[in-house]
Design a protein around this ligand. Structure first.
Ligand SMILES: Cc1cc2nc3c(=O)[nH]c(=O)nc-3n(C[C@H](O)[C@H](O)[C@H](O)COP(=O)(O)OP(=O)(O)OC[C@H]3O[C@@H](n4cnc5c(N)ncnc54)[C@H](O)[C@@H]3O)c2cc1C
Ligand SMILES: NC(=O)c1ccc[n+]([C@@H]2O[C@H](COP(=O)([O-])OP(=O)(O)OC[C@H]3O[C@@H](n4cnc5c(N)ncnc54)[C@H](OP(=O)(O)O)[C@@H]3O)[C@@H](O)[C@H]2O)c1
Length: 463
């Protein structure tokens, strides 16, 4: 039997596992994940009010149940097992560990208001285990979100959506509790370039205008385009931007006078410079107005002399993610790991034998779930083509590694354990009219698993 290891049980890891098994049923595929639960950002990224977008998890569930696919949840490569250790255990290792770090916003005087990242907020509302229950305080009216991508929109929507609607989703209970007390009234979404360059998709943008009790405000001057922006908009590649512009123009006309519980303001061409305090000690964000200069599709953003101030109690920076290196892997990760057709390259540009990459770790943090399927399949093709050259693992290393992991106080979460957790989460959720209620407390999770394992052990026939 030959076993290969995949680091990261997110979409890229599962799509790769599926492709490996479909190509060769005799291969064992071992999926390692730092979290006890599988599926990566399908579970911990996609917004709770977008349940149907999590549908690929059903496919991953089937892949996880395939004979010869094993899941080792709660095992972090680089912490619990070194990358070198893994590479000497398996002939081939595929890195599918996503982009787990933040792009950092540079801001002076940030202490005048709370400054957090999108990753932190998403982890909190999506139930990543062990994030403190009170990680976010929403009992303040003014929130500013920096960034014009779909993650920024997700966060704005979760902050503005009526809590009665969120209560029917799988949002974490800790977030639901805080959102019930929410005093958030004004949410500002800030883009550094113009509306034509915004990265959000029209479906996500449109949903903002459909939120009950929320008025979306766009100042008409933001939608006045210079000649270069108009050329970009008119170009055949500008379809999404045209639809976005139509939507925003419609909001300017229709929605500006609506009474509302919350206001969601879209701003463009602004870059945050500093956080200040006003005379009452409230946080105030100072932003510099930018202008776009240059030819269509090569416009640069230049600062003007104009600045504006916005009240800000909580600032969330949603300006993208970075691929984090794994200890022992001394390579640049921008945008993803250096590779040739999924073969990881060393600093000389040569393939590292038996080391591969897929998903966001390969391409950088862009693309939807489905994008990772073709990406993972391409890498698997390279893996299989190299098979006769895979390095030989150390004899007995796999048994030694698994013996060590399973001897720990918190042994890896196996697929069967996950099925048990999944069953409990959905059963408890169903009783409450929700798709599931996530376990987000590590201590409780391990208690449940211990009870399950010991009930299984006592039910097993004695030899
Ligand atoms: C907030 C957010 C919302 C999104 N919403 C949508 C959406 O609605 N629809 C859509 O189609 N796409 C969405 N996306 C994009 C989609 O989630 C990604 O395309 C996809 O998850 C990338 O897959 P991946 O497997 O490369 O990375 P990930 O999903 O991040 O999976 C990586 C896995 O590796 C594990 N890992 C990391 N480091 C280690 C380590 N050292 N050892 C062991 N395991 C490790 C992680 O725990 C994780 O499970 C969203 C992304 C974000 C950030
Ligand atoms: N529903 C969905 O399908 C869904 C939901 C969430 C996420 N996703 C996908 O997941 C991926 C990641 O999404 P994302 O929103 O994190 O990333 P993104 O789409 O790359 O957007 C990042 C935003 O941050 C801005 N930005 C970057 N650096 C900045 C800085 N220093 N200062 C100010 N602004 C800065 C970018 O502006 P510039 O354009 O000027 O660089 C851009 O507006 C995307 O592919 C997205 O489509 C999909």
């Amino acid at each position: 039997m030959t076993a290969v290891a995949i680091v990261g049980a997110g979409p890229a890891g599962f799509y790769a596992a599926e492709a490996l098994k479909l190509a060769d049923q005799t291969l064992e595929v071992h999926l390692y994940d730092r979290y006890p639960m599988p599926f990566g950002l399908t579970r911990f990224g996609i917004a709770p009010d977008h349940q149907r977008l999590k549908a690929p998890a059903q496919l991953f569930q089937r892949t996880g149940a395939m004979p010869g696919v094993r899941f080792f949840g709660g095992v972090e490569i680089g912490r619990d097992v070194s990358l070198d250790g893994l590479r000497s255990t398996y002939p081939a290792v595929l890195l599918a560990h996503g982009a787990q770090a933040d792009e950092r916003l540079m801001l002076n005087g940030a202490t005048a208001a709370e400054v957090r990242t999108a990753r932190e907020m998403v982890a909190w509302y999506n139930g990543v285990p062990d994030v403190p229950a009170d990680d976010f305080n929403l009992q303040r009216p003014h929130v500013v979100i920096i960034g014009n991508g779909n993650v920024a929109i997700d966060i704005a929507r979760v902050l503005c959506r009526p809590v009665s609607e969120l209560a029917a989703t799988d949002i974490s209970d800790r977030a639901l509790l805080e959102l019930r007390k929410s005093q958030v009234r004004q949410v500002h979404l800030i883009g550094r370039r113009g509306p034509v360059q915004a990265r959000f998709t029209t479906r996500e943008l449109r949903e903002l205008g459909e939120l009950p009790g929320v008025a979306v405000r766009v100042e008409p001057q933001y939608l006045e385009l210079g000649a270069a922006c108009q050329t970009e908009l008119d170009h055949h590649s500008g379809e999404q931007a045209r639809r976005n512009m139509d939507l925003m123009r419609d909001w300017v006309v229709r929605q500006s006078h609506l009474d509302s519980q919350r206001e969601l303001h879209l701003h463009f061409g602004l870059v945050p410079e500093a956080m200040e305090r006003d005379a009452y000690g409230h946080g105030q964000l100072l932003l510099r107005r930018m202008r776009l200069v240059g030819e269509p599709f090569a416009q640069r953003s230049e600062p003007t002399d104009e600045r504006i101030r916005l009240r800000c109690d909580l600032l969330i920076s949603s300006i993208g993610f970075r691929v984090a290196s794994i200890p022992g892997l001394d390579l640049s990760c921008t945008p993803g790991l250096p590779h040739a057709e999924g073969r990881v390259l060393d600093t000389q540009g040569l393939p590292i034998p038996g080391l591969y990459v897929a998903g966001w770790a390969k391409r950088g943090p862009s693309g939807v779930l489905g994008t990772n399927r073709a990406c993972a399949q391409d890498t698997v093709q390279s893996m299989l083509a190299d098979r006769s050259h895979w390095p030989l693992p150390e004899s007995g290393a796999l048994k030694r590694l698994l013996d060590r992991l399973f001897a720990s106080d918190t042994p890896p979460v196996a697929w069967e354990d996950w099925l048990h957790l999944d069953h409990l989460e959905t059963e408890i959720g169903r009783a409450d009219g929700r798709p599931r209620i996530k376990f987000d407390d590590m201590r409780k999770l391990h208690e449940v698993l211990r009870a399950y394992r010991s009930s299984k052990a006592s039910a097993a026939p004695s030899e």
